[in-house]
Design a protein around this ligand. Structure first.
Ligand code: C2E
Ligand code: MG
Ligand code: MG
Ligand code: MG
Length: 290
């Protein structure tokens, strides 16, 4: 019987527990080697003003071009890097590379006002984080005002006083703080009151179904935008893929948009070209017509 045969064949291809942990080990080892070989790269995605379309910032997003597996998503290796502790040296590399890119764009006169770097919970809990950031800014020559740190709500699950003092130290340097994936974690309202943050990023899961007829995600987006505005935060929507979503968010008072509708994350060279094109002065209509 063909069906049963297929099932049995499939079953033999299910990786055993042993093979699974071996795969994780291999991946961890690959991560270590990739870091030593300088094999990671940062891609960059712009954040634009919802009102004018001006480039207001960019987010650095790590990519791992793997020789056998192709481009590996950060969702598949950041958790492993966190577990194994490799996120610490990897995080330092990310920060340094991001800052150096910004310095180069500033020298070319095409830099966005600020660049965002994602910092994972384990990095944020590390007592040497503020010192690492301070040293990296000094060594690269990037003004602190040009750096934004994105953290998720899960950093708040640690020692609250400690989290607040880390945030305060970063703020004192002149760095801005964004809460990423807002609305997907815990304790939102309490920490909005207590933590010295600048920006809320509405999670893309709410933006994705914004135009659904049931209207729940539209209500959530509108409410988060209003909340952010009332508390004096900048509100960024991530995962904006359509003009309808962009218009809705703008009309509700969302300040910035990020997503495929504006640009996909681009490799450094392509993003440099994108920035250069965006910063070209607009041609007067009379010259471009005809
Ligand atoms: P995130 O920080 O929330 O980043 C947004 C994710 O949404 C990115 O996925 C981005 O490529 C994707 N995205 C942007 N616009 C759109 C859109 O219009 N539609 C859709 N469907 N997706 C969009 P990516 O690059 O795969 O990163 C996934 C997550 O991995 C990030 O979520 C962040 O949590 C983590 N990550 C990425 N780079 C770093 C890093 O350098 N350090 C750390 N610690 N985490 C990172
Ligand atoms: Mg982010
Ligand atoms: Mg996000
Ligand atoms: Mg996310």
């Amino acid at each position: 019987h063909a069906k049963r045969g297929d099932e049995r064949r499939y079953a033999t291809y299910l990786p055993s527990m042993e093979e699974q942990s071996l795969a994780v080990l291999n991946m961890e080892n690959d991560l270590r080697l990739a870091l030593a070989a300088g094999a990671f790269e940062l891609h960059f995605q712009p954040k634009v003003s919802a009102e004018t379309g001006d480039v207001m910032g960019a987010e650095a997003l790590i990519r791992w071009p793997h020789p056998e597996r192709g481009m590996i998503s950060p969702m598949d290796f950041i958790p492993l890097a966190e577990e194994s502790g490799l996120i610490m040296p990897l995080g330092r590399w990310i920060l340094r590379d991001a800052c150096r890119r910004m310095v180069a764009w500033r020298a070319q006169g095409i830099a966005p006002p600020s660049l965002s770097v994602n910092v994972s919970p384990r990095q944020f809990a590390d007592p040497s984080l503020t010192e690492t950031i301070e040293r990296t800014l000094e060594e690269t020559g990037l003004p602190p005002e040009c750096l934004d740190i994105e953290i998720t709500e899960s950093v708040t699950s640690g020692d609250v006083e400690r989290v607040i003092s880390t945030m305060a130290a970063l703020k004192a340097m002149g760095i801005t703080l964004s809460v990423d994936d807002f609305g997907t974690g815990y304790s939102s309202l309490n920490y909005l009151k207590r933590f010295p943050i600048d920006t809320l990023k509405i999670d893309q899961s709410f933006v994705r179904d914004l135009m659904d007829t049931k209207g729940k995600d539209a209500a959530i987006c509108a409410t988060v935008v209003a909340l952010g505005n009332n508390l004096g935060f900048t509100v960024v929507a991530e995962g904006v893929e359509t003009a309808d979503q962009a218009r809705f968010l703008y009309e509700k008072g969302c300040h910035m948009l990020q997503g495929y509708w504006i640009s996909r994350p681009l490799p450094a060279a392509a993003f440099t070209a994108w920035l250069a094109e965006m910063s070209e002065p607009e041609q007067p209509a009379a010259l471009t017509a005809g």
